[in-house]
Design a protein around this ligand. Structure first.
Ligand code: ATP
Ligand code: MG
Length: 554
């Protein structure tokens, strides 16, 4: 798979230097998700960074499931993550599970005990927290800290055998309770959890903690550059301690970069899961979700997401990226690819009273004026059509150039029509318009007799295909992730609007995930979940225009 080369960033510079100096012969990176939820656009940043770096420098990238916490993990997530990485366009070299290394990790923990670098501690989680100290005060040593090697070996083995209950004992590293880095104050390495694991079943009832497991996983796989987000910067000394004290042959190096945050959304599996569990959204792949599967169902392309990930760059300062930037790259990607077509989202019937009854003509229309190679489509035109309700006003303000009584507009790809009568129901609502057309004004005929100011879209009534349109707004009202407010209080009550209208007859062929540009409305994707053989559902990916200025963003 070809990828445009990654734009320059500080990690790329480090990799280049390591290769030039011979410190590293071939780079190995990894993407290490915990299978406790679906991937989101933040993960896409990490995926692109790892895979594109390796691609560029002829290295390797592993997909590794960091499955060390059976309580929250599930096979469903493993499968979804694999699908998402593939869909983004990447192929992993090795596919690994941290749980495959449990035996080796156990042996390394035994080595630590033998070296007097780890001990079994009977303090509860709360007691450990309470004795950890603060930024200004050292922690207190555990009363179990000086157990003999023999006792520790015996207890650790019995922990493994299942002799103790959850929380009764842990294995802790013996480092320094007075270290200025709190992560080094005898961190927990193993905990007891009698929870079946999605990959290892009931084989284990002790599980390694992230800070112990992760460096070992990287070392076992020969990872050279272990990229993670900035919160782990303070964990790096512990990462290095584990690699060194466990006497790992290969020494991986951790580098941190800023997490991706975006406006008007949340970017944490925990919160996203809450939205799913509380049924605020229609599953992990709800088109409003910032998940990869949600973006895919909404209609985003892998190309647009990869370009976005590349353009936001990789740095060490946290910032919030404007969600409209992703929309910008989608428009850029679909501009040349998506066929143009007309859709009427909120229909109003128009009868063209001087057009012969029973006649239908086929009109030529370019499939994509920005990409003439896509050719021509034919659209039917007859005496009855639908137009958009808001393309008509009975009493328009000045500067309204669309249809109103007595006014003439151009029907895209067809003729000029003039409104001659307005039909209303008993309640006074406009239900139908009568218009006349001028055969001289046919689109493409070179007619120059007079000009009109408005061009509106339409769909021929008899052949029109009914369709459902789902129009989205952001899930959250406020731009920033306001941690002090409950998630549900921040929700945008109008994030989904469903309307019913019509599309051109050639859209009968549309398949799930096909993408179109509806004239004046924006880019739409055929929804894969709700579309059936006789019910077309479209998700609006993005409207056509945005107030967003990409040039102002760097
Ligand atoms: P979450 O808080 O959403 O659960 P996480 O970091 O716990 O995220 P992991 O599955 O552990 O999720 O992450 C896998 C990889 O993706 C890690 O290397 C992590 O650094 C990276 N990652 C996660 N979120 C982001 C983000 N918002 N921006 C960039 N990288 C991210
Ligand atoms: Mg996590």
């Amino acid at each position: 798979m070809e990828h445009k080369s990654a734009s320059s960033n500080f990690i790329r510079t480090i990799v280049q230097e390591d290769l030039q100096s011979g410190k590293v012969k071939q780079i190995v990176t990894r993407f290490p998700p915990e299978p406790n939820g679906y991937l989101h656009i933040g993960h896409a940043k990490a995926i692109c960074l790892n895979f594109e770096l390796a691609d560029e420098f002829n290295g390797k990238t592993n997909l590794r499931f960091d499955d060390t916490n059976p309580l929250k993990e599930d096979k469903e997530y493993v499968d979804a993550i694999k699908e998402d990485v593939k869909w983004l366009g990447f192929e992993w070299d090795g596919l690994y599970f941290a749980s495959d290394y449990f035996e080796e990790m156990y042996n390394r923990a035994v080595l630590l005990i033998k070296k007097g670098k780890a001990y079994v501690c009977d303090l509860s989680a709360e007691e450990i927290r309470a004795t950890r100290g603060t930024l200004t005060e050292p922690g207190q040593e555990s009363p179990y800290r000086n157990r003999s090697v023999e006792e520790n070996l015996d207890l650790f083995e019995r922990m493994r055998r299942g002799e103790f209950k959850d929380g009764e004992k842990v294995l802790r590293a013996k480092i320094d309770m007075a270290s200025p880095n709190i992560n080094l104050r005898d961190p927990v390495l193993y905990r007891i959890s009698h929870t079946p694991h999605h990959h290892t079943g009931t084989k284990w009832c002790i599980y390694p903690m992230y800070d112990f497991a992760h460096p070992l996983e990287d070392a076992i796989e020969g990872v050279t550059h272990s990229l993670c987000t900035l919160e782990f910067e303070d964990h790096r000394p512990l990462y290095d301690w584990v690699v060194r004290e466990c006497e790992m042959e290969h020494q991986p190096q951790q580098y941190e970069f800023a997490r991706l945050n975006m406006t008007n959304t949340v970017m944490s599996k925990r919160y996203l899961k809450q939205l799913v569990d509380e049924k605020v959204v229609d599953g992990w792949d709800d088109p409003r979700m910032p998940t990869i599967s949600g973006l895919r169902r909404r209609g985003y392309t892998p190309e647009s997401i990869r370009t976005f990930a590349r353009e936001i760059g990789v740095s060490r300062s946290n910032s919030v990226v404007d969600a409209r930037m992703l929309e910008h790259f989608l428009r850029e990607d679909l501009k040349l690819k998506a066929p143009r077509t007309m859709a009427v989202l909120r229909p109003l019937k128009v009868v063209i009273v001087n057009y012969p009854e029973g006649q239908t003509e086929m009109l030529d229309a370019e499939i994509n004026p920005e990409n003439p190679e896509m050719g021509i489509r034919q659209i039917p035109f007859s005496r009855e059509i639908y137009i958009e309700q808001d393309d008509f006003m009975e009493n328009p303000p000045s500067k309204y150039f669309r249809l109103f009584p007595g006014n003439e507009v151009r029907l895209k790809h067809a003729y000029f029509i003039k409104c001659v009568d307005v039909i209303k129901d008993e309640d006074g609502r406009v239900v139908e318009l009568h218009c006349t057309y001028d055969p001289e004004t046919k689109s493409g005929s070179g007619f120059t007799g007079r000009k009109v100011k408005g061009t509106i879209h339409w769909v021929e009534a008899r052949s029109a295909v009914p369709a459902e349109f789902r129009l989205y707004d952001s899930l959250f009202l406020d731009e920033q992730d306001a941690a002090d407010q409950s998630l549900l209080d921040r929700l945008n009550p109008n994030s989904l609007e469903i309307v019913h209208g019509f599309v051109e007859p050639n859209m009968r062929q549309a398949k799930p995930q096909d993408k179109f540009q509806f004239f004046r409305h924006g880019y739409f994707n055929v929804d894969p979940k709700y579309t059936t053989d006789d019910h077309l559902v479209f998700n609006r990916i993005v409207p056509l225009k945005s107030s967003f200025d990409i040039k102002k963003q760097s």
